[in-house]
Design a protein around this ligand. Structure first.
Ligand code: SF4
Length: 472
């Protein structure tokens, strides 16, 4: 299966016809939503927190240069090294260069959507390095040679039995589908990798501009091990991850844990400001922060789309989306799936490449309603649809049909003429009572059968009947 959003329609139709997959996604997303709801109801100031987070993100994105420079200044003052990467290649090249300099062989990685976005593991393998995903979900999909199907739960699509079969095949252990035994097998293997890795790579949940601190939240402790045990730690962040100060952090921590995993707080919150300091017993000798653009400054330029950079990758919009629940994450053909993936992927890869994703939405607005930072996701999807049409990325038959429809709706005489002609064509073609077909447009939608008589005709008939009753 290729990682391309071009195949969204075919992936989606294959997945909706897979009852096991639909059951897995329905169960997992509903369970996450229930947990979230319970905890959110305990926070009376939830809406105020969302408003505050939106304000903070707005302030940062409006003054991104200022906050990023502040971050760089403080990271550098703390002894770290900042690398600005224009794209995935620059980021990967830098990381490979560091790995070569320290003669690294094994690289432990903690969960990071940004490194997934740039395909870092593949580049490391191409350079004879051994990348090891240490988050359990990421570890599973690395073994299976797949990509994440959810922002926070990468192996959501896999059943316990499938994981058991995978572990038996790849790790050579007896088959089991008992979660504790599967975890134990992964833990055993990963411990040995932590002990021998020379380089640790992590993502970043938030980066504090006023102290140069990167914040990583997680539940398994693997990020803490990845960032403290190897000799060198490289943190990779999209440039939108910066927030102004330490004082803003609690707002996001409260929102993120509840929205993503339905927890009051994640098990681990690591705040990393520097490498090991003189007199300290542990921690890495070097700390690098890679700040990645990869199309984000283009998003920044677009006032209608820049809110996409507010995303804190909680995954709540995926859980609540009726489309995601039915088609699953892999259908999107991108590491970013669900409603926010349908926004980000066309922005990062081009509307022409991902033109079907903005249509993968019922526009119910549930995503916007649940988003902890109040991103107006469904209106952004609507705007992207306009871009798809404006860029002439729809089939010509659909464009023609829409033009005729527009002309008909703007002129009553034309409307009468057109609908009469269409009715006649349907009758002559023997398609009476059957759904109409507009190439492209009706591939993924229903066009109800044309009524035998128009509303106007029915109205006239009614008037006649009424008149007959009044004057018998
Ligand atoms: S768009 Fe909002 S709800 Fe969706 S992942 Fe991002 S922060 Fe979470």
């Amino acid at each position: 299966m290729n990682l391309t959003p071009r195949l969204f329609k075919s992936y989606a139709s294959r997945n909706v016809n897979n009852p096991r997959l639909r059951k897995t996604f329905r169960f997992a997303t509903h369970h996450a939503l229930e947990k979230r709801l319970q905890l959110v109801q305990e926070v009376p100031e939830w809406e105020a927190l969302r408003d505050r987070a939106h304000q903070i993100k707005e302030e940062v994105i409006d003054h991104l240069d200022f906050y990023l420079e502040g971050l760089e200044t403080h990271v550098t003052a703390n002894g770290g090294k900042v690398f600005w990467a224009r794209d995935g290649k620059e980021a990967s090249d830098y990381i490979v260069k560091v790995a070569r300099r320290i003669r690294a062989k094994t690289v432990v990685k903690s969960k990071s959507m940004t490194t997934e976005e740039i395909g870092l593991s593949r580049t490391l393998e191409e350079n004879q390095l051994e990348p090891v995903e240490t988050d359990l979900g990421e570890f599973i999909i690395q073994l299976a040679h797949e990509w994440p199907s959810h922002i926070t739960a990468p192996a959501l699509h896999k059943s316990r039995g499938e994981v058991g079969e995978l572990f038996a095949e790849k790790l050579g252990i007896p088959y089991t589908d008992v979660p504790e035994e599967l975890c134990e097998a992964a833990r055993k293997l990963l411990r040995s990798k932590f002990l021998k890795a020379e380089l640790g790579i992590s993502g970043v949940n938030f980066a504090l501009a006023d102290t140069g601190t990167v914040v990583i939240v997680e539940n398994e402790g693997n990020a803490r091990l990845s960032t403290t045990m190897p000799r060198v730690h490289i943190a990779v962040m999209g440039l939108e991850k910066v927030i102004p100060s330490f004082n803003d952090l609690p707002v996001f921590l409260r929102l993120l844990a509840r929205s993503s995993t339905g927890q009051k707080q994640t098990s681990y919150v690591s705040l990393i400001s520097a490498s090991r300091q003189p007199g300290e017993l542990d921690g890495p000798e070097e700390f690098h922060l890679v700040i990645l653009d990869n199309g984000r400054t283009e998003i920044l330029k677009d006032p209608r789309m820049r809110e996409a950079l507010f995303c804190i990758r909680c995954g709540a919009c995926l859980n609540t989306c009726p489309i995601y629940q039915r088609v699953g994450g892999h259908a999107y053909g991108s590491v970013y799936s669900g409603p926010i993936g349908a926004v980000i992927t066309p922005l990062l890869q081009g509307v022409e490449v991902a033109k079907d994703l903005p249509y993968g939405s019922s526009l119910c607005g549930s995503c916007s309603g649940i988003c902890p930072v109040k991103i107006d996701i469904h209106h952004m999807l609507l705007w992207l649809r306009q871009q798809v049409v404006a860029g002439r990325h729809t089939p010509w038959q659909e464009r023609l049909a829409m033009k005729l429809f527009l002309a008909g709706m703007s002129d009553s005489a034309l409307y009468r003429l057109g609908s009469g002609a269409l009715r006649l064509a349907v009758r002559l073609g023997g398609a009476q009572g059957r759904p109409l077909k507009v190439p492209g447009w009706t591939q993924t939608r229903d066009f109800p059968p044309l009524a035998e008589r128009s509303f106007k005709t029915l109205w006239k008939e009614l008037e006649k009947t009424e008149a007959g009753r009044a004057h018998p």
